[in-house]
Design a protein around this ligand. Structure first.
Ligand SMILES: C[S@@+](CC[C@H](N)C(=O)[O-])C[C@H]1O[C@@H](n2cnc3c(N)ncnc32)[C@H](O)[C@@H]1O
Length: 329
């Protein structure tokens, strides 16, 4: 099969195989985003992959798939690599030779390190591009608030009236996305990523209809995020059991749209939006009428799953609500 035909045959598919073998058959400059979350060489118990190699052997292998990731990414595209700092400094040093550095995203996944040393408690996501003509969109995250009194934690000083209604622009330090903690939300996989982590990456780096390639798909996080955001995907995993789990999960995935705009959500709450979409999305939220009220009162979706959100209304919330949402009175 010609490489072009092969490529077309694997779009929106998750295939079982060795990523190096599969990626070699993908034409140059053909996908919009490549994201890799490889085994970290930490003796994790994968179903069929042995996660303990010699230092040099592991790095040599990483360089091979990094080269393929850069080769298959379009000049407007992004290359994203998730790993621990110990390996990322080497992977970044290699990527510096073949791509253009944008950011090291520090993801504080809120684990609980125990021990006598400074145990690693953040992961890194290297963000590289292939040319200066790369795609990028500003994204916003929800304001961080006190769990008890709900006040916004960041001190905006005298600029409170300029606070964004949804939340600040996302920086390169992410502290608001937890690792998957509950067993009921995990598959039988030792290191599954949260879907909204991938959604955040895809919202800033890609558009509807773009193709996202993940050579280490695990149990499908990237494919699910792509499908929820109206992107196409190509997934590869060496383990047929993980591929089977992914395909099963993909059957139930629906796009997450608010007023025609893709958003990232978690447990029915919107977590990340594109800055440029906010004017359309905000119609779906209750937002206090007085901008200064935002500091102490959360915005919330007026409807979830087609149902009106039940919210304990004080008189002042009620009068605000009536003033913003016409027919909902
Ligand atoms: C860290 S996990 C990825 C987890 C994934 N991000 C998720 O959220 O489910 C790494 C995956 O790489 C797969 N793998 C290991 N070697 C591979 C290879 N040579 N080609 C393709 N997949 C491989 C493993 O089976 C494992 O599922």
């Amino acid at each position: 099969m010609e490489n072009k035909d092969f490529f077309e045959s694997i779009v929106n598919k998750v295939i079982q195989g060795d990523c190096l073998e599969v990626m070699k058959k993908i034409p140059n400059n053909s996908v919009d985003v490549t994201f890799a979350d490889p085994p970290f060489n930490l003796k994790k118990k994968y179903n069929s992959y042995y996660d303990k190699h010699e230092f040099e052997e592991y790095l040599f292998w990483c360089k091979k798939w990094l080269y393929e990731m850069v080769r298959v990414t379009k000049p407007t595209g992004s290359i994203l690599v998730h790993n621990i700092p110990k390996w990322l400094i080497y992977l970044g040093s290699y990527l510096n030779e073949i791509a253009i550095f944008r950011h090291w995203i520090a993801w504080d996944a809120m684990g609980s390190p125990l021990g006598k040393t400074l145990l690693p408690n953040h992961y890194g996501i290297l963000y590289y591009v292939k040319s200066e003509d790369f795609k990028f969109y500003d994204i916003r995250m929800l304001h961080k608030r006190c769990r008890n009194c709900h006040y916004i934690l960041q001190d905006y000083g005298g600029k409170k009236s300029q606070m964004h209604q949804f939340g600040p622009l996302v920086s390169d330090v992410w502290t608001d996305i937890h690792r998957i903690r509950h067993k009921k939300r995990r598959d039988e996989h030792p290191c599954q990523l949260p879907i909204h982590l991938l959604e955040r990456l895809l919202l800033f780096s890609s558009d509807e209809g773009d193709i996202v390639l993940d050579p280490f798909m695990g149990t499908g996080t990237t494919a699910i995020a792509a499908k929820k955001l109206g992107r196409k995907f190509i997934g590869i995993d060496i383990d047929s059991k993980y591929v089977e789990i992914t395909n099963k999960k993909l059957e139930d995935v629906q796009p997450t749209l608010i007023n025609g705009c893709y958003v990232s959500n978690f447990l029915d709450n919107v977590i990340t939006v594109r800055d440029k979409d906010w004017d359309k999305i905000k119609e779906a939220f209750f937002i206090p009428r007085d901008p200064l009220e935002l500091e102490k009162r959360e915005i919330y979706l007026l409807h979830k799953n087609g149902k009106r959100v039940k919210y304990r209304m004080t008189e002042s919330i009620q009068s605000d609500l009536f003033s913003i949402c016409g027919e909902d009175k």
